[in-house]
Design a protein around this ligand. Structure first.
Ligand code: SF4
Length: 522
């Protein structure tokens, strides 16, 4: 495919010309006006200079230039068509990737729309050299090369790092919910899924009757659709079991439902407070120039346990260690503080104060305010608590968790049973005395909390929103990734990576390519 080839195309008459009725003679003071006639019943052979289709600084050229620096050997390895052997040539993976990156940069996520644009949109036409690409080819390419795409993303980070656009000095991480390609009404309980599965299997078994199908092509398409539906329903039953595993109580397990359209999606709370079948996209952004250095998708609606995996993903993609990571309260736990400390990464975050029992919990247990834990005096020398009635609560064991040890103290059961304040202090304790817990946080957690009280740490934390939330908003607003266009965890992970690759190349165009282009012109 030559980038400088001049090609010809048949075109119809200009769309902006006058309508035929407009060209009829019109009377006036000097007689009938003579107007140009429009002939739409003609074909024109017009030369097209492919290079002139788009300007020098058109983003399609930048995308093509960026992808030209990448190594495509892993994609090429799977191509069957080789030199010297008969058969149709394969599409260049660099071209297909460039088409998707350009499409996403324009908010287009539909393979059919990309194929359509190849017929008339100058940016797409320049990329393809006026060739048309089948939408099946585009759709398959987007979701068929997971490990190759991971490596491609890592390559892009390497190129950006080589230009000094990524430093990993400070990475800001955040999660955002992206709706699945499934409706809220696609959720069903086990009985309905089994009924639908039985019906789908019956339809698959009945297929193949030529009298029922108008053509072989339509028959093949219908058979493929039915097979995919059957597989989705079988997968729905497997996912239902996973959902049940995390549900507490037999009633909740029995009522568990799963989406028939995208069984791997989960109902998650959205930013607007509503609930929808979604995936949780985890995105890490390098603070130096706002480039995305890590992206992944989880089925968990909470960000609580996602930090360690996200950091490891960045380190794997870049081959470098992070120096500092900044996260919001959703990620900041004692576990994550300890884990980051063990990895040698400084963590900036917002941790809620340790609260053993909230006032609400105490009230629900019938404890009055005069007997809240604060009313119990701790004697560090003797390691005992003294209750408002003067009874000593002695050490009664400990419970360890990441970054914290809970020391338990208990009053003698007989003393509490005979105490006149029992109805205000521990009314629900039938057989045991009142218990108080003293939490001792690990030194690393204490140090983290002390650091977060400093102005320097607070100033870094204040930058988090603008850096970490910008890519999330950009992916949704510019790329239109409010909802995935593909189904299943593996495929949505790939779509997210395409979107993040597009985001990074767009930022590279802004930060580097335009400047390089201007310098070359001067
Ligand atoms: S119930 Fe037990 S712990 Fe509570 S005030 Fe009475 S003696 Fe003290």
């Amino acid at each position: 495919m030559s980038e400088t080839a001049v090609q010809t195309e048949w075109v119809s008459a200009p769309a902006m010309a006058l309508r035929a009725s407009d060209s009829a003679p019109v009377g006036g003071a000097k007689g009938l006006a003579r107007l140009k006639a429009v002939d739409r019943k003609q074909l024109m052979l017009r030369p097209v200079d492919v290079e002139q289709l788009i300007e020098e600084d058109h983003p399609a050229r930048a995308i093509w230039a960026f992808t030209g620096r990448m190594d495509w050997s892993r994609f090429l390895a799977s191509i069957q068509a080789v030199e010297g052997v008969a058969g149709r040539e394969a599409w260049d993976p660099r071209l297909l990737a460039s088409l998707w990156i350009y499409a996403y940069s324009r908010g287009i996520g539909s393979a059919r729309e990309v194929a359509r644009r190849c017929g008339y949109d100058p940016g797409f036409q320049w990329l393809t050299g006026l060739q048309e690409v089948n939408y099946h080819t585009l759709a398959d390419f987007r979701v068929s090369y997971q490990s190759e795409l991971d490596e491609l993303f890592a390559q892009a980070l390497g190129l950006l790092s080589a230009e000094g656009l990524i430093t990993l000095e400070r990475v800001m991480h955040d999660g955002t919910k992206i709706k699945a390609c499934a409706g809220a009404d696609s959720f069903r309980r086990e009985e309905r899924i089994r009924a639908h599965l039985e019906a789908a299997r019956g339809q698959v078994a009945a297929m193949g009757d030529p009298r029922a199908e108008p053509s072989a092509r339509q028959r093949a398409a219908r058979q493929r659709a039915q097979r995919e539906r059957t597989q989705r329903l079988e997968q729905a039953l497997e996912e239902l079991e996973k959902i049940r595993e995390v549900k507490a109580g037999s009633e909740a397990k029995a009522q568990a439902r799963v989406s028939q359209s995208d069984p791997e999606s989960r109902v998650m709370k959205q930013g607007d407070g509503g609930f929808a079948p979604s995936y949780n996209a985890q995105i890490s952004t390098d603070a130096a120039h706002g480039l995305i250095v890590g992206a992944g998708v989880t089925q968990c609606g909470s960000d609580y346990g996602e930090l360690v995996g996200s950091v490891e993903r960045v380190e794997q993609s870049t081959g470098q260690k992070l120096k500092q990571v900044v996260v919001d309260g959703g990620f900041t736990s004692r576990e994550s503080v300890v884990a980051m400390d063990e990895k040698g990464i400084e963590m900036i975050g917002s941790m809620a104060e340790h609260n053993e029992q909230s006032a609400g919990q105490l009230q629900r247990r019938g404890v009055t305010e005069a007997f809240y834990p604060q009313a119990f005096a701790y004697d560090a020398q003797q390691d005992v608590y003294r209750c408002p009635a003067g009874t000593l609560l002695r050490h009664d064991g400990q419970e360890k968790a990441a970054g914290i040890v809970h020391h338990l103290y208990r009053a003698p059961a007989a003393t509490c049973a005979a105490c006149p304040f029992k109805s205000q202090c521990c009314p629900q304790n039938e057989s045991k005395g009142r218990r108080i817990t003293r939490a001792v946080e690990a030194p690393v957690v204490e140090a983290f909390k002390a650091k977060m009280q400093t102005e320097a740490a607070k100033a870094i934390y204040r930058l988090r929103g603008a850096v970490a939330e910008f890519p999330n908003a950009w992916l949704k607003a510019k790329i239109g990734l409010r909802q995935f266009r593909v189904r299943g965890l593996e495929k949505v992970s790939m779509e997210l990576l395409w979107a993040c690759l597009t985001y990074n190349i767009q930022q590279w165009i802004r930060l580097s390519w335009r400047t390089q282009l201007q310098a070359a012109v001067v």
